[in-house]
Design a protein around this ligand. Structure first.
Ligand code: 13P
Ligand code: SF4
Length: 303
């Protein structure tokens, strides 16, 4: 019922619905496009819809607005934030950067529009290694906001990027002990991990990558079982792609029963319907912020 009403409104108002893999399965089902943050940001530049409804979190909808400033960008719940983006307030970063003149500032896309204005290049978990490897070997770099992704890039590239001390509460809470427990229970399972996890978890992974990269890996790979160290929403697409395979998500029993990003789960069908009906909440950004932030995002697309 709600789904039909959403689809009707979507057609009438020429809306594209973009959704991240971490959203609820019923939200992924009504979306025009489901992807990781890299694919979603590309999609936002390509659409000719008049309205973008972003079922994801605030920084993702902001990125879509910066890339399509003349379109209306809606987010079903304005409180869908991101602990990682929140761990790097722009004012504090501005002060921090004063200690690092002559450094390029690389920021993971999980940051506010204001942090993007302080950055030279934006990266996602899908392209960070490629971009860092393409920079001159002697380039001095400050990496924000994720210390885990930054440490992973340092390890893989042999760089010594200065790291902002931020993290995602969903990924950073996962422990090697929990991975070991699952490995003991399912000895034939391969371990997949998102690079926002701690180094101790990444050290146990057979494959490390963005949500889209993990999905491509499991699609092609011949194993039948996987231990998945990321947010649970990804399991919906994994199971759709390969229903015969088994997936075990890593949880932290002390902090949660299930590794959900509560911000992503704020995107419900009810709120999507209301957002389409009222055309709000809308993402509004200052012109100056948008034009400055666009430079660092566009730089990412050059690589
Ligand atoms: P992806 O870049 O894999 O989409 O990850 C985004 C995110 O928020 C992970 O927590
Ligand atoms: Fe942010 Fe973590 Fe949620 Fe991803 S999972 S949106 S990084 S809080």
């Amino acid at each position: 019922m709600k789904t039909t009403k959403i689809l009707d409104l979507k057609r009438k108002k020429n809306v594209i619905i973009l959704a991240h893999y971490y959203t609820l399965s019923e939200v992924q089902d009504i979306a025009d496009f489901v992807g990781d943050s890299l694919a979603l940001s590309k999609k936002a530049t390509e659409t000719d819809a008049e309205i973008i409804l972003f079922a994801g979190v605030h920084f993702m909808a902001e990125t879509a607005k910066i890339l399509s400033p003349h379109k209306k960008v809606l987010i079903p719940d304005i409180n869908a934030g991101c602990s990682l983006a929140d761990s790097c307030p722009a004012e504090q970063l501005e002060l921090f950067l004063k200690d690092y003149p002559n450094h390029k500032v690389l920021s993971y896309i999980n940051c506010s529009a204001k942090v993007k204005t302080l950055s030279d290049i934006i990266v996602t978990s899908g392209n960070a290694l490629k971009i860092v490897n393409a920079l001159p070997k002697d380039e001095k770099i400050v990496f924000t906001p994720d210390r885990n992704l930054g440490a992973y890039i340092n390890k893989e590239t042999g760089r010594e990027m200065v790291l902002w001390n931020g993290a995602c509460h969903v990924h950073d809470q996962l422990t090697a002990e929990e991975v070991y427990k699952l490995k003991a229970k399912y000895p034939n399972a391969k371990v997949l991990a998102h690079p926002e996890c701690k180094a101790t978890v990444l050290a146990l992974a057979d494959f490390i990558g963005s949500t889209a990269a993990m999905l491509s890996f499991t699609k092609e790979d011949t194993a039948n079982e996987y231990i998945v160290a990321t947010e649970t929403g990804i399991l919906y697409e994994m199971e759709k792609q390969n229903p015969a395979k088994k997936y075990y998500v890593v949880n932290n029993p002390e902090t949660c029963s299930c590794n959900n990003c509560e911000y992503m789960k704020l995107n419900t069908l009810e709120k999507i319907y209301n957002a389409l009906l009222t055309e709000s909440p809308e993402i509004i950004l200052e012109e100056e912020v948008m034009s400055k932030a666009l430079i660092s995002i566009q730089k990412m697309f050059e690589y």
